[in-house]
Design a protein around this ligand. Sequence first.
Ligand SMILES: NC(=O)c1ccc[n+]([C@@H]2O[C@H](COP(=O)([O-])OP(=O)(O)OC[C@H]3O[C@@H](n4cnc5c(N)ncnc54)[C@H](OP(=O)(O)O)[C@@H]3O)[C@@H](O)[C@H]2O)c1
Length: 257
Amino acid sequence: MTAAASTASPHLIIVTGASRGLGAALVRALLVPGNQLVCVARSRNAELEQEAAASGVPIAWHLQDLSQPSPAASWLGSVLDAIDTQPASVTLLLNAGVIEPISPIAQLQEATLVPHLMTNLVSPMTMTAAFLTHSERFGCPRKVLAISSGAARRPVEGWSAYCAGKAGLDMFVRSVNAEYAQAPAERSVRAVALAPGVVDTGMQATIRQAEFAQVDRFRALKENDQLTSPDDAARKIAAYLARPDFGATELDDVRNS
Ligand SMILES: NC(=O)c1ccc[n+]([C@@H]2O[C@H](COP(=O)([O-])OP(=O)(O)OC[C@H]3O[C@@H](n4cnc5c(N)ncnc54)[C@H](OP(=O)(O)O)[C@@H]3O)[C@@H](O)[C@H]2O)c1
């Protein structure tokens, strides 16, 4: 773990799944003066860590397996408890996710289904709980941005685990907003579940290698160079996060912005 000196009143942003793909691009997009980042994944990205260190933006890197909901929540609670500067705002950016198992529903097995749902749904819920509890002392604006998917909102044959988990995440975001709708300003929270488009990451490579009814569509998107680059998606998501009306549309798609 490395950490640089913090600024006076930074926007504190916790990014999960920061090591690769969209998460790594989000870190790059958020490396702007005035931000302070806490990044977490199971593995490191030396190149990104060097880039971040050179930017001068305060950043800390943590290794944590987010398929384990209780340790994930404890980790986040202790990270927030250790923040010793008053943030201007605090954001939980729930990006870490997995696509597998891709399989017919009749072949679903607990051994792969449970870790999937722990990573994509249960840990985001326990981490949000820890976030709400341990960030309240800041009394500053709080945001939860969950990276959702079009698959939360329409079924894809073979992706039932992913569709169900992301649909659960969408409803969880709506539940956060409902529960905090009447909260006083110093406790308020705004949450959004945002689909990022079809982004050229390792997850898409895994999808193209799988066998399911619509796989040819995903292979064609890559062959025809129609995937969004992680950096483009991340820039749009970072701009979305900064919108003054963040939270006005709780289930959104970055392609609408
Ligand atoms: N790519 C797309 O087209 C697309 C479309 C819609 C939605 N999304 C969503 O966008 C998000 C990012 O996806 P991506 O395409 O960037 O996927 P990716 O390239 O596979 O990267 C996934 C990230 O999540 C982290 N992660 C996975 N399991 C983890 C665990 N148990 N503990 C901690 N970190 C874990 C990985 O880090 P480690 O392996 O180092 O732990 C990695 O940084 C996901 O929520 C995904 O569902 C992607």
